[in-house]
Design a protein around this ligand. Sequence first.
Ligand SMILES: *Cc1c(COP(=O)(O)O)cnc(C)c1O
Length: 582
Amino acid sequence: MNSYLRGGIEIDPTIAYFSMEIGMETAVPTYSGGLGVLAGDTLKSCADLGLPVIGVSLLYRQGYFRQEITEQGEQKEHPVLWNPEDRLLKLPGKVVLTEIEGRDILVQAWLYTYTGNTGMDVPILFLDTDLEANREDDRRLTDALYAGGQEFRLKQEILLGIGGVKYLRSLGFNQIRTYHMNEGHSSLLTLELLREYQRTVFETWDAETVWDVDKVKSLCVFTTHTPVAAGHDRFSFDLVERVLKTGLSMNVIRRLSGEDCLNMTTLGLNLSRFANGVAYQHGDVSSGMFPHHRIDFITNGIHTYTWVHEAFRKLFDRHARLWTNDPKYLREAMTIPREEVWRAHLDCKNRLFDRISKLMGATFDPEILTLGFARRAAAYKRASLMFRDLDRLIDIAENSPGLQIVYAGKSHPKDGEGKRLIQEIHQYKQRIEKRTQKLKLVYMPNYTMDLGYCITAGVDVWVNTPIRPHEASGTSGMKAALNGVPNLSILDGWWVEGCIEGVTGWAIGDLDPRLDLSAEERDDLDCRNLHDKLESVVVPKFYEDRDGWAGMQCQAIAINGSLFNTHRQMEQYVTKAYFTSR
Ligand SMILES: *Cc1c(COP(=O)(O)O)cnc(C)c1O
């Protein structure tokens, strides 16, 4: 195949990894949060490990959005200004997509090449419809991520799944043995594969089309990412019939994707040889949601080299020499002298506080215990839980040298509850400022990968307070642990596996779900448990046992950093999902 058409891609991939969002770096703003960052980290580890993988996603010319927050805590959304030309290479080839309402839509692709630590490349295709030949509304399909209504979303997902397979074909890749659907957004790729593998059988007088479900199944792998039913994409059959033109009858689509509507998860599961949730507990919960399917688990990770703060990189180079290509060696972090860990940590903390001072005009003191909470402002994550009993939190701060809290996170533009949460935190901030100097709070705007890098390494404790069991995995806590920041979290997602009480961090409450509680009572209890642990264990440990604290930092790195990374994650995908005779 002409390497010019491939933009110089040299590998012949055997695995195609499809994701609605992929976050490789802040300058390529094609991600909204955890799902995209995970996809990016996954592909980076594939490159390091030399796995023959190609990524497929959409180009978003306005990114997700740039977040501005007003004095009153109101979120304003602005397009992100970026030039794809700066970081990506436009490929010369184009394909014609006919599956959206039956008209021709021209699709081009941009190539991002990630070169791993060991010199191997992983190519990523970002599909784009902003071409003059296309109708105005079709050109807007790749403007922004998760924008628009159901119809727009369905069109984007046709572009990703069906357009993605067509584009791969146009490049002549014919070694692909695994199509990995990272969440249901890309499940329509199965329909394109069904179409490719259809056979016509002649029975005396009639020709009959046979859809080779088993063949497609043998080619696909599916990962589900949310235990919340509303998080699974669903499209009404009316809409599907009107928009999606594949040549498959609605009867076939119905049989594969659900009784009442096209459920993208059901479609993906029905046509995959292997399916998994993203943490041990999430695999269990997903199996309960889809009882007719076997759903295994592979716990998410983070790309170690991306998320280790510069200050710690140097330390690891000296004390855990082989860590860059194999993060298991981070177990040697146990041998790092505690003063050195504390010094590297202070370096991260000072850099974060400089940024806070420049950006927000707030003075944060590096001697003061600082909690971090940064992630999408989704209601289930309960960002304001610790203020539920404000008097108690102020008491804890006043009976200690002090307490500081750093917040960040975007709310989806259409998520009213998420936006209210951001406002609520700003209101608490104003109330707190009137009552005490001992408790300080900032909400940093426009959470990106860069800011995530700064905050996860720069605070003392990473807090997470999801409603169980809604956190499928969570990854920001892994970034913190890797940089010697212990977690203080509800036992949900990855923390069920990552928490060793008093060793790698602390649990808020226990694993037993109190099913008898109302939502109010549950929040009260979780808030009380959080304050109890903070007051009786975390605050005294930080202020009175600095050596023990630094010891816990080493343990967080050695025990959690060495395991919760995408290198380990990919090794498990290889043995459980990609190359297996099961
Ligand atoms: C890591 C990361 C996330 C994921 O955070 P969770 O706490 O796992 O939800 C979201 N956004 C950005 C920018 C990140 O870097």
